[in-house]
Ligand binder design. Structure first.
Ligand code: PHE
Length: 482
């Protein structure tokens, strides 16, 4: 898609609540059309959940407990968004803003699947070889035996069997279409020079073992429209996007450490009260307001937008998510396990382990030791940081062994429900009727924007699309009434 631009200009004043992705995109797009924008942001940084943590950064939770990141050598943790799909509008903004991109490896045949009770983690490539192999064997046999004659012509049966032969690497009809393993599974000793053909990874598990392990249930993840490779990340951290937005908007148009305390819709505009960085109450008047804060925080902010709006703001349910960044002295996942990026999936409470898609072959590196949701995220959130680290490491050792503990240099964890002025990972709607529809319309001079008002919740693109929709409507209204 091409870059977005409003047609026609206006010099109207707009106050924007929140410098997350929706608020930034709103100010950026309105600014391009001449508007006089001011963003109020409660935190001392822009980006909202788009937050990249580097050495020296502080992570303070609602109870006041603070961690200081000690990451070195350019290591960073994208505590919030960390992957972009190619079809998302975020890619267009990266081009327009001059943010450099690199591939983010979301699925890697060399990473692992680990389910409790398995004797050892299994590489994705091995899991796929076995699942595809046995499924192909079964389907070939059933087809050949006539079990699908009602659904397939004789020619289609042949074509299906030909497909399965390659898909599953199964034997021919004479062998009963047997799956007996294949080089796709990998090697315990890689093929080498001269007389070294390699040692195939063995033994091949039985069909029943493969089914009971549940590994095949992991494969659907990478089929998702929003999760399929290739995926991308900004070079140097996801916060390159909000930083670029802020530079284009002009930092003088963003008031940091300015928490909104009251929203008043007026006959001719809107007034917003906030606490400035010195704790003093200030007021700002504008023609229009775009509230680009999380709904559950707007619901706690005094306003005169009416009982229906208030009820709507309190409707969505807040979701939990958390991450821990584990910095290692040595990139053992590369040197010892030949894993260069990608994700290990587990049924442990750490859910996933992410290997970095940057800094390959350098000395140190940062692994995401857990990225989990719901009850698993709540369980880690309830712990102090030291206990989160201890548990994440103890669980990760089931996959990577003692080096996972011994080579650890430092760590930082984020529990999104405990982050001041954010208080959640994202939200869910019980339905897209009623409250959702109401908040997708302005309340007087106040518009609402955010991923929570899109069909791409928990994606930056949802926030960006919502901002584009709101500025389009706001601009049309301004042009038609002036
Ligand atoms: N966008 C987030 C992520 O990719 C959250 C999410 C996960 C959204 C899975 C949809 C599906 O991790």
């Amino acid at each position: 898609p091409s870059d977005f631009a409003l047609t026609g200009r206006s010099a109207k004043k707009v106050v924007i609540l929140g410098a997350g992705m929706a608020g930034l995109a709103t100010a950026y797009e309105l600014g391009k059309a001449g508007y006089d924008c001011m963003i109020l942001e409660a935190l001392d940084r822009v980006g909202g959940r788009n937050w990249t943590i580097r050495g020296g950064d502080h992570v303070t939770e609602l109870d006041g407990s603070t961690q200081v990141a000690r990451f070195r050598d350019g290591a960073y943790l994208n505590a919030g968004p960390a992957r972009l799909a190619q079809w998302m509008v975020t890619m267009d903004y990266c081009r327009e803003l001059g943010v450099d991109l690199e591939v983010f490896t979301n699925s890697n045949a060399q990473a692992y699947i680990y389910h409790q009770g398995m004797p050892a983690p299994v590489r994705w490539r091995t899991a796929k070889a076995d699942v595809y192999g046995y499924v192909s064997e079964l389907l070939s046999r059933a087809t050949d035996a006539g079990a699908l004659d009602g659904a397939l012509t004789a020619q289609d049966k042949e074509r299906l069997i030909a497909f399965l032969s390659g898909f599953g690497a199964v034997g021919d009809k004479a062998s009963g279409f047997k799956y007996t393993g294949s080089p796709r599974r990998g090697y315990s000793l890689n093929p080498g020079a001269a007389e070294q053909p390699g040692t195939a990874l063995g033994p091949v598990p039985s069909l029943s073992e493969v089914l009971s392990s549940g590994i095949g249930q992991r494969f659907a993840f990478e089929f998702g429209y929003d999760q399929a490779m290739l995926m991308f990340q900004p070079v140097g951290g996801m916060d390159q996007i909000p930083r670029a937005f802020a530079d284009k908007i002009g930092r003088h148009r963003i008031k940091l450490r300015s928490a909104v305390t009251k929203i008043t819709d007026l006959p001719d505009g809107v007034e917003v009260e906030y606490k400035d960085r010195h704790g003093r109450t200030q007021k700002i008047k504008a023609d229009m307001c775009v509230a680009a804060m999380p709904p559950h925080l707007l619901a706690k902010t005094p306003h005169n937008l009416g009982a229906e709006v208030q009820a709507a703001l309190a409707t969505p349910t807040v979701a939990s998510s958390g991450k821990i960044g584990l910095e290692y002295r040595r990139r053992w996942w590369e040197t010892d396990e030949d894993i260069y990026g990608g994700i290990t999936s587990t049924d442990l409470d750490l859910a996933t382990i992410w290997y970095p898609s940057y800094g390959y072959g350098s000395s140190r590196g940062l692994v995401v030791g857990y990225y989990n949701f719901g009850a698993q995220a709540d369980a880690y959130a309830a712990m102090k940081h030291a206990d989160r680290e201890r548990r994440a490491v103890e669980q990760g050792m089931l996959i990577h062994g003692a080096k996972y503990r011994d080579e650890l240099a430092s760590s930082v964890s984020v529990a999104w429900k405990l982050q001041p002025y954010i208080e959640g990972a994202w939200v869910g709607w019980p339905s897209r009727q009623g409250a959702y529809q109401l908040l997708n319309k302005p309340a007087g001079h106040v518009y609402f924007a955010g991923d929570w008002l899109s069909y791409m919740i928990a994606w930056q693109s949802g926030a960006l699309e919502s901002a584009r929709k709101v500025v389009t409507e706001l601009h049309q209204r301004v042009l038609s009434t002036s």
